[in-house]
Design a protein around this ligand. Sequence first.
Ligand SMILES: C[S@@+](CC[C@H](N)C(=O)[O-])C[C@H]1O[C@@H](n2cnc3c(N)ncnc32)[C@H](O)[C@@H]1O
Length: 375
Amino acid sequence: MTKKDVKTNLLNHSEAKVRLLGEYLKKYLNIICNDGYTKRIKIYDLFCGEGLYENGGEGSPLVTMRQVKDIHFLNVAKFSSIPKIDCHFNDIEERKVKKVEQSLKDKSLYYPEIGDLQFSTEDYQVQYENLLAQLPKLKKLNQKAFIFIDPYEYKHIKASQIKNLMSKGNSEVLLWLPTQFMYRFASNGTPEALKDFITEIIPNFNEWRPGNVWNFISELKQGFQNFLGSSFFVDTFTIQKDTNTVFCLFFFTSHIKGFEKMLEAKWEIDTEYGKGWDYAGNTLSLFHEYKTNPLETKLKEYLKEKKRYNGEVYEFTLRQGFLPKHTNEIFYNWRNDGKLSVTKSDGTEVKNKKHTYLGYKYYRVEFQKAQFKLK
Ligand SMILES: C[S@@+](CC[C@H](N)C(=O)[O-])C[C@H]1O[C@@H](n2cnc3c(N)ncnc32)[C@H](O)[C@@H]1O
């Protein structure tokens, strides 16, 4: 495959990337448009590319506008007032931005009543600075931002920039990193830009030996989590192009419900592990029945330490990259085997083995409704 192919055709791994973007936006917009609080949503695609590829594949601007248009017309039919959704597409190459503009027109994906549509051809750094200045204002006006950062190379990005974007306002960030190249370089003559990037999140970089690209990604995720602190949530979605090439999307949010929606989108795409998209597709493996094993091990360790409340287990489950339904499945088995007791705050046992109270609703208002204890 030539370099030209990669840049002018939307290839399968990029398709998986924009599919996740689209699935997530669908869920995100659905919640935010109906939360009764948000007045306006702003989507920023800072490395938007050309929109329509030579092979007809649709890049992030078209995938985004399609979701935005769908949710707008769905909501218009149902509600009297809905938040406007503004979209801003930026790429340093003017030719590409013009092409995005044209494709949105040709495909009738934009209507002025949806919100403002903006295009720019600036360097990411300039856009980043503008955004930093703008985000606190959005917060005051009950507006939310979703920022998609999709560079070819890591050299444009710094972890501290993500941290700044996250801490300045009501924002979520989806970041695409060429983790395979980073891993290869990190283990073999690290370029300065990569060293700078990694050192911010892995302070002991000089002694760091992740061993393989999967550990590299999982330790980067943990590094990001430590760097951002516990009020933020981080998850990854890995996309394997071939045996030697793994890319990864990093997702950052401060809102646990948004985080759960992202995980749902991820699990929908890869129902088997939720930990990656396989180039060969979503065929079930021989080990399908063991799919929740890693979570089971983690839950055992977590509950071994002490009794835990439903709110704690809900958050723990999500932070491991799993959904409450997975923990429910494990708990149901444990309860049938007499390995787990579930009690209410007054000490009485919860009789129905399917009741665990693991959900956002309980997390918000009944964090301590039930307690779990390993027997
Ligand atoms: C991976 S592509 C984006 C693909 C696009 N998001 C999609 O889904 O089709 C990266 C883009 O970043 C643009 N780019 C490169 N350097 C940039 C910079 N410093 N600032 C903004 N954009 C840049 C390139 O022109 C390229 O279109």
